[in-house]
Design a protein around this ligand. Structure first.
Ligand code: GLN
Length: 193
């Protein structure tokens, strides 16, 4: 089974590891370069993208992560992880950098203060309806021609799940629902690549 790393600088690492295992792959926490080199794929968990960016810089992981993603490492980013995979962001703090990889603009904290957190059912790719948990979530403001939309939030129809080649991103947190279908979708992608 593929070995999938979970970037463990910050965020809900254990929940992702559990969902990865439920989806039939092996999971491992990634905090250092040697661990990053060992994995077949990577999950960037939710949390806080500004913190993740600063910690990745402090741990000397920012450039190695960029290089592996550029080299085609299958990577799934959830919420703050989606922000990290965006080529461009709106609403970032001064100087905030991402890893990039997906040709899209992502707006941080897009759903606004009144609805900091909410849950909704939505159609995800070919997996059917999933329960989506949004926590101070971003949405995808615009996408390039190579990006496939895998899910939209109702009402409003905002894009909240996308894929570009071996890269997958969702605005929501599937690891909190006990339903491993989004992780299964990712594990199928990893097996493809
Ligand atoms: N608002 C957070 C950010 O900008 C993301 C929230 C989350 O990951 N649940 O990074």
């Amino acid at each position: 089974a593929p070995l999938i790393g979970v970037l463990a600088l910050q965020g809900d690492v254990r929940e992702h590891a559990r969902a990865i295992e439920a989806a039939g792959a092996r999971a491992m926490a990634v905090r250092r370069r040697s661990e990053l080199d060992a994995v077949d794929a990577l999950v960037l968990p939710g949390g806080e993208s500004t913190t993740m960016w600063k910690l990745a810089t402090a741990f000397d992981l920012l450039e190695p992560l960029r290089l592996r993603i550029k080299d085609g490492l299958p990577t799934y980013g959830s919420c703050a992880g989606m922000i990290m995979l965006a080529d461009r962001i709106e609403g970032g703090v001064d100087g905030q950098e991402t890893l990039g990889g997906i040709d899209m603009v992502v707006r941080r904290n897009a759903f606004g203060r009144q609805v900091d957190s909410f849950e909704a059912d939505l159609d995800f790719a070919a997996k059917g309806r999933v329960r989506a948990v949004f926590i101070r979530a971003p949405w995808v403001e615009s996408i390039g021609p190579d990006v496939e939309v895998l899910g939209r939030a109702e009402p409003g129809g905002r894009i909240v799940a996308v894929r570009q080649g071996p890269l997958l991103a969702t605005s929501f947190h599937p690891e909190l629902t006990g339903d491993a279908r989004v992780h299964s979708y990712f594990v199928e992608m990893v097996r493809e690549f």
